[in-house]
Write a protein that binds this ligand. Structure first.
Ligand SMILES: Nc1ncnc2c1ncn2[C@@H]1O[C@H](COP(=O)(O)OP(=O)(O)O)[C@@H](O)[C@H]1O
Ligand SMILES: O=P(O)(O)O[C@H]1O[C@H](CO)[C@@H](O[C@H]2O[C@H](CO)[C@@H](O)[C@H](O)[C@H]2O)[C@H](O)[C@H]1O
Length: 438
């Protein structure tokens, strides 16, 4: 079933006015640090007093439609309400964040397509440390976690790789991804006046006892424990994922592979320097790598990839790795996220993650270099990356591309972490100047 958004009413406008202070405190808000203009573009009336506001947030190069489920309670919040859920007061209503609200969840499941699951919405638990979206764990009637609902925060019409790709991978028999159990779609009118239909969220099978790959790697790095074995197994899993993606989606042409990759790196540089002007200090060095890539005679065939693979997108449970979060880079447009690409891009994403894990785990200098070198060797061996000059250049270019993305991502979201991509740029390019200092 596709839910249909209606024109926002006065109450929706009042709620959106409250979001001006609430949204910037959300981890998933993509326009932090800006004075974004917020406008309601549509509302889904899901249940009595439960609405899903579709809110356009516009600031600089950010122009997105956000999904904000709210409960509108007449009078004061019910006793025992977590104060962290209170968005504010609109007229005689208390506005509550409803992502984990039983009424919202029951209505969501009633409107969903897919095989479905038997879950207890009254025992839902919102995952803390939310990232680009909001995840809610739903237990079955026996209290054991059964599914995890991802409430997408930035909406887009059309295909959503985070839902469509796992569905296809399960169809071709790959079991390294949690199976999608239910998904919802809605129709709305875009700020440009176009009719859009897009996904609102997905309920996926819960992986029991799963540990986030990034937390695991940080823990091991912090303890000085070599990560080679899990990294090798991860390489094997990622190779299996790429095979399954080819079985499901086929391969694209690579006729213009080198030129397209070089051009993508130059585009990334232009995007990054516009967003974070001091990155202009690396421009010449990045262009030199792009020029080397452009001279390659051939590149591997393009195929569907994960697109934003890092250690936070893999879960380890009972000695196995699972891959999640196929939405691609949240800062990139949909067309770019579903385009066939080099499979090595995913490998490069994980290589970048080892730098992050070493740094966040507290390693510095030679100890950090040795830990990451070992993890890198494991991943490359497990994946089966051929040790030749072409693969090395491609990986360098792809790591560089990802590091530029990270420099922007960290500047926007975690300014305290900008030193990590900065160090990555230095490792990949040699000493570079990315500050305005002389
Ligand atoms: N199928 C699953 N089983 C168990 N835990 C999961 C599952 N999917 C996601 N998680 C947990 O939820 C967190 C957020 O999920 P993720 O897909 O990365 O969301 P986001 O798009 O917000 O980054 C993950 O880091 C992981 O800890
Ligand atoms: O998981 P998301 O789809 O939200 O991805 C975004 O956020 C990630 C951080 O949460 C970010 O990843 C960067 O930080 C990770 C450590 O927190 C590190 O493991 C990754 O290598 C690094 O890129 C990701 O880039 C961003 O798209």
């Amino acid at each position: 079933m596709t839910l249909e958004a209606v024109t926002p009413d006065g109450l929706d406008h009042e709620v959106v006015a409250l979001l001006g202070t609430w949204l910037p405190q959300r981890r998933w808000y993509p326009a932090k640090g800006t004075d974004a203009e917020l406008t309601p573009v549509g509302t889904l009336h899901l249940a009595d007093d439960v609405r899903v506001l579709l809110v356009r947030a516009r600031a600089g190069d950010v122009d997105v439609v956000l999904q904000v489920p709210v409960a509108l309670v007449v009078g004061a919040p019910p006793e025992g309400t977590d104060p962290g859920l209170v968005v504010g007061t609109a007229g005689d209503r208390t506005v509550l964040d409803a992502a984990g609200d039983a009424r919202f969840l029951a209505a969501w499941l009633a409107a969903a397509d897919g095989p479905g699951a038997s879950v207890d919405v009254t025992a839902a638990r919102v995952v803390t440390g939310e990232q680009s979206n909001t995840s809610v764990i739903l237990p079955g009637p026996d209290g054991v976690p059964t599914g995890i609902l991802k409430v997408l925060r930035t909406l887009a019409g059309g295909e959503n790789p985070d839902i469509d790709v796992p569905r296809r991978l399960v169809e071709v028999g790959w079991d390294g991804v949690p199976a999608p159990l239910a998904w919802t779609q809605a129709g709305w009118t875009s700020p440009q006046g176009d009719a859009e239909v897009g996904y609102l969220g997905v309920l996926s099978a819960f992986v029991p006892g799963a540990q986030d790959g990034f937390e695991l790697a940080c823990e091991w790095a912090g303890a000085g424990r070599a990560f080679r074995e899990p990294a090798t197994e991860l390489g094997v899993t990622v190779a299996g994922m790429h095979d399954a993606l080819v079985r499901s989606f086929g391969v694209g042409s690579s006729m213009d592979g080198a030129a397209a990759l070089a051009s993508a790196l130059r585009d990334r540089l232009a995007w990054a320097t516009t967003a974070v002007p001091p990155l202009a200090g690396v421009a010449d060095a990045v262009r030199a790598v792009a020029d080397d890539v452009a001279r390659l005679a051939t590149t591997p065939p393009r195929q569907r990839v994960h697109g934003d693979l890092h250690l936070g997108q893999v879960l380890r449970s009972e000695g196995r790795w699972f891959v999640i979060d196929f939405e691609g880079e949240p800062l990139a447009p949909l067309a770019a996220r579903v385009r066939p690409d080099l499979a090595l891009r995913d490998v490069a994403g994980l290589l970048r993650s080892f730098d992050y894990a070493a740094a966040v785990g507290g390693l510095t200098g030679d100890a950090a270099a040795a830990w990451t070198a070992d993890a890198r060797a494991g991943l490359l061996a497990g994946y089966g990356v051929v040790d030749d000059p072409t693969s090395s250049l491609l990986l360098r270019a792809l790591e560089l591309d990802k590091t530029l993305y990270e420099a922007v991502y960290e500047a926007r979201n975690r300014p305290a972490w900008t030193a990590i991509p900065q160090a990555g740029l230095e490792r990949l390019l040699g000493p570079v100047r990315t500050s305005g200092d002389a």
